[in-house]
Design a protein around this ligand. Structure first.
Ligand SMILES: Nc1ncnc2c1ncn2[C@@H]1O[C@H](COP(=O)(O)OP(=O)(O)OP(=O)(O)O)[C@@H](O)[C@H]1O
Ligand SMILES: Nc1nc2c(ncn2[C@@H]2O[C@H](COP(=O)(O)OP(=O)(O)O)[C@@H](O)[C@H]2O)c(=O)[nH]1
Length: 226
């Protein structure tokens, strides 16, 4: 079997991780694993880790490293047959070390987006709370204003997405992400993309992945995972 592909996407809130992950999953057939979605699934299913995670999320805190790794690592270990893209994990050096102990990453995509752009995007971000699906009133509006395309349920604007909250979130992100970024830079697997528009970043990411994912693998993977 050809070598499987392992990628991580990093970036501050609103940098486009979810949007770009969907494009990568669709174009290259990688399994998209979003830590936020996975946490929400565990909360809905009332698993032990889900119940614990909920107590932190309700307070606007990150879930502690040992809870996150206990949730995510077994999930990744189930995916040994697939190429995957991780979105939202690792967020801390402890999480990166835990990930490192179970696999070697091929590529880390790092999104570097100006603060003003992040503020503007999040001001217009609407979320379907139970699934984590996001919309932007200009970039990708829902079919019916205020309602989720799939369920028809009400969309909300998250408190966290207010410009005042964003500055603190961003500072926090920078502090905890820096050692993770430095680690991946030292391993020569970090690829940073800077722009204000996802549509201008996307062709560069697509070109990078075309050179990294062995020919034929992405198609084969698509067929085997959908
Ligand atoms: N790797 C992680 N480590 C710790 N907590 C996490 C992690 N991933 C998700 N969480 C928790 O789950 C919540 C939802 O995660 P999710 O990534 O969907 O949203 P977010 O933090 O608002 O990020 P973004 O705005 O970048 O999309 C987070 O706020 C955090 O409490
Ligand atoms: N205007 C604009 N909005 C974008 C662009 N890319 C993503 N968005 C929107 O910006 C918000 C943040 O994107 P998201 O993928 O959720 O980022 P994440 O927090 O890093 O996962 C969402 O509402 C997206 O629809 C872009 O190039 N322009």
């Amino acid at each position: 079997m050809s070598k499987l592909f392992r990628a991580v996407i990093m970036g501050p809130p609103g940098s486009g991780k979810g949007t770009i992950s969907e494009r990568i999953a669709h174009s290259f057939g990688l399994k998209h694993i979003s830590s936020g979605d996975f946490v929400r699934e565990n909360i809905s299913a009332n698993t032990e880790a889900g119940v614990l995670a909920k107590t932190y999320i309700k307070k606007g805190l990150l879930v502690p490293d040992h809870v996150m790794t206990r949730l995510l690592l077994p999930r990744l270990e189930e995916m040994t047959k697939y190429s995957w893209l991780l979105d939202g994990f690792p967020r801390t050096l402890a999480q990166a070390d835990a990930l490192n102990s179970i696999c070697d990453l091929d590529v880390v995509i790092n999104l570097n987006i100006p603060l003003e752009t992040l503020k503007e995007r999040l001001r217009h971000r609407w979320t379907h709370p139970s699934s984590g699906r996001v919309y932007n009133m200009y970039f990708n509006p829902p079919r019916i204003q205020g309602l989720d395309d799939i369920t028809g349920e009400q969309l909300i604007q998250q408190e966290d997405d207010r410009p005042e909250a964003l500055v603190a979130r961003l500072r926090h992100y920078k502090d905890i992400a820096k050692p993770v970024i430095d680690l991946y830079k030292a391993k020569s697997i970090l690829y940073t993309f800077s722009d204000t528009e996802t549509d201008r970043i996307w062709p560069n990411i697509s070109t990078l992945l075309s050179t990294k994912i062995p020919i034929g693998q992405s198609d084969a993977r698509c067929a085997s995972t959908h």
